[in-house]
Design a binder for this molecule. Structure first.
Ligand SMILES: [Zn+2]
Length: 345
């Protein structure tokens, strides 16, 4: 009996430690938080089967002076992790007493997927394709709805931090509408290898069907997506570049003291698309990230089980390699490269 009691106390206090004594809240009210401080909260976005809240970590640095609210969201795809240490690093080195405005960051927006090392939500749905979600919808629809209502609505400016998914690698690139002067400036300030200009408003054929970025834009939030490298890893170079770019943006917005000039980004793409295999076999991609390719240049070969080349692939038009497959095992319809078509100068 004594052992049982002891175990009970160890277990309950352990649960307390696991929560780090950080309060769990139903919603975030930025106006009631103390100025000049960093706040940590667990925000509830629903309940698990034991009626316990499904929570996301919310990091808030509230400056002493009024200013914009910049939101950072990382890992809406649960295997895209580089954004998490980018947020950790920014907060570790942030002095809220000299900050203007509010920085709100979610280092892990899709915890159930992160826990499972997977991209999709637990019902197999890509959360980033179903905004604004539904209040009374299925599991993923309710989650997207909660994120939209409780997180995205807090922001004036927003960066959604991603990486490539399994079997692929990415350059550090930004996605946003380069015809919008604010978004164009934001995209340049993060100092990407390249930018793919698009409105992010594509529908994906579902009832709701927006990306989180498109949903944010529909609320009037200035939102861009940035891809930071590779899945399921922490990459020091990507993390350092991510921190530097976001600090550039914060400085430009007047949140941090100092001056920043808007960098020139040479490689701006007016469109981009994936090229897929037609044959099955073993895929060897012959080009590197950020490599410029000419129309007709060989980009990949597919070999059969005996090592004989069964197909070669060439670039259908000139462009730059935004992302590429790293998985040699290909069936017909497997991704080869993500080709960006550069804007004519
Ligand atoms: Zn992603």
């Amino acid at each position: 009996m004594k052992i049982r009691l002891l175990l009970f106390f160890i277990c309950t206090s352990f649960l307390g430690v696991a929560q780090n004594n950080i309060p769990i809240v139903e919603r975030v009210d930025l106006s009631i938080l103390e100025k000049g401080k960093i706040h940590k909260l667990w925000l509830s976005l629903g309940e698990d089967f034991q009626n316990k809240p499904i929570t996301i970590p919310v990091f808030i640095a509230k400056g002493k002076e009024e200013g914009p609210v910049l939101g950072l969201t990382a890992a809406i795809h649960g295997n895209e992790l580089n954004g998490i240490p980018i947020i950790h690093n920014i907060f570790e080195n942030l002095d809220p007493s000299s900050l203007k405005g509010v920085l709100v960051a979610i280092p892990g927006l899709n915890p159930l997927a992160i826990d499972r090392n997977q991209r999709e939500f637990i019902d197999g749905t890509d959360l980033n394709r179903i905004f604004p979600g539904k209040e009374h919808g299925n599991r993923s629809e309710q989650m997207a709805y909660q994120i939209g209502k409780k997180v995205i609505s807090l922001f004036d400016y927003h960066i959604d931090l991603h990486t490539a998914s399994f079997g692929r690698i990415n350059s550090l690139y930004g996605r946003g509408d380069m015809n919008d002067s604010t978004l164009s400036t934001m995209l340049r300030l993060i100092e990407p290898d390249l930018i793919v200009s698009n409105k992010g408003k594509a529908s994906f054929g579902t009832a709701s069907g927006l990306t989180m970025r498109a949903y944010a834009l529909s609320l009037g939030v200035k939102s861009i997506t940035v891809e930071y490298g590779n899945p399921q890893v922490f990459q020091n170079d990507m993390i350092a570049r991510g921190v530097s770019g976001i600090k550039n943006l914060m400085t430009h917005l007047g949140m941090l003291k100092g001056k920043v000039s808007i960098p020139v980004v040479e490689n701006v793409c007016s469109k981009s698309y994936w090229i897929y295999t037609q044959e099955g076999g073993y895929l060897e991609v012959l080009v590197q990230l950020n490599q410029k390719v000419e129309e007709g240049e060989q980009i990949a070969v597919v070999k059969d089980s005996f090592g004989t080349i069964v197909q070669t692939y060439s670039a259908p038009e000139s462009g730059i390699v935004v992302g590429k497959s790293t998985n040699p095992v290909a069936i017909s319809g497997s991704r080869i490269i993500h080709l960006g078509v550069l804007t004519e100068k």
